[in-house]
Design a protein around this ligand. Sequence first.
Ligand code: MRU
Length: 361
Amino acid sequence: MKVNGKTYKTIWYDEKERTINIIDQTKLPHNFVVKKISSLDEIIYAIKNMEVRGAPLLGGAAAYGMCLAIKKNSTDEIIDDAAKKLINSRPTAINISWAVEKIKSELAEVSNEQKFSHGIKVANKICDDDIASCQSIGSYGYELIKDISDNKKNKSLNILTHCNAGWLATIDWGTATAPIYYANKRGLNLHVWVDETRPRNQGSSLTSYEFNHENIANTIITDNAGGLLMQQGQIDLCITGADRIISDGSVINKIGTYLKALAAHANNIPFYVAVPTSSIDWDTNNANEVPIEERSGDELSNITGVDNKGEIKKIRIYPKESSTLNPAFDITPGKLVTGIITEKGVFNASEQGLKQLKTIS
Ligand code: MRU
C-alpha cells in the first residue's frame, strides 16, 4: 500500500546489511519512520512495544526474529531459546507460534551453515504467502460487499471496522481492509466508520491513516458510537480482523470487538471477520484456554499526541491514585459472526464451518 504515493510493505529483509526493516507503528500517524532491526532482542523489543503489531505481521516478525537469533551461531539451544522468547513476547496472536514452528521445522532440515540463509528464504515466503492470502481475502470479501452494495442501489455503503486489521497489521493489503480496497478499486461507492479503538488508538492512528493515503472515505468515531449508528441505519456491515480464531469458531480480537458484534446482532447487521488461515488455532476449542494479554495500565492513564508546535507529547489523563485494568483482547462467540472470510473462501464461524475449511487447508 502507499504512503505519500510510495509503495511499502510493513517488513522486509535487507540482504546487503543482513538486517530487517520495519515501519515503527508507534510513531504513526505523525511521523513515518523506518527502523533497522539487527538482533533477536531488538525484534522482541519491537513486538512487545508494538512497533510492529497485528497478528499476521507478528508472524512475519517472529519468523525473521528466529533468523536474527541464528545469524552468527545456530545451535539447537539458541533456536529453542529464541522460539520460547518470541512465543512469550505477545501471547494472544497465534501467528507468532505458527511462524516460529514453521521456521523451526524448516531449520531442522538443513545443515548449520545453511540455517541462516534457509531461514531467511522461509521467512520471505511466509511474508509473500501472507500478501497472497490477504489478496484472496480481498476478492472473496469484495463479493460479499458487492452483494450488500447492489441492494443499496447507488447509495454509499457504510462499513464499520474496529482496531487496525489493515495493511500495517499484515505484510500488505490487510485482512479486514483488503475487501474494502478491492471494492474501492472496482469503483464501489463506500465509506468506512473507523472505531478509534482505545486505549492504543489503532483505529485513529493507523486505520484512518491507511485509508487517507489510499483516498478512501472514512470517519473516526469513538468506540461507543457504533451502537447508535447501527440503530440509525448508518452501518450496513462490519468487518474486523482477529488475532486468533479457535476451532469452535470463537473469535479472539481487539478488546471491544465483542460489544460491536453484540450490537450488530441486535440490529441485524452482518458482522464478518477476515483472517488468513495462519490465524486459526486448530488445537483449541475452548476460548477460556486462550491467553488474553493484559497490558500496562499506563496505556489507559497516559495519552500521546502532537501539540501546536508539532512536538510529540505524552500526558497523564487519569487521577494518579486510580487503579486500572487493561485486557487487550476479548472473545466473540461464533454465533454472533456472520462468516469468516479467509484466503480459501467464506465459512461459518462454527465447529462445522471450521471443519469444512480444514479439509481444504
Ligand atoms: O494489539 P494489536 O494491535 O496487535 O491487535 C491487533 C488486533 O487486534 C486487530 O484488531 C486485528 O484485527 C487483528 S490482526 C489483523
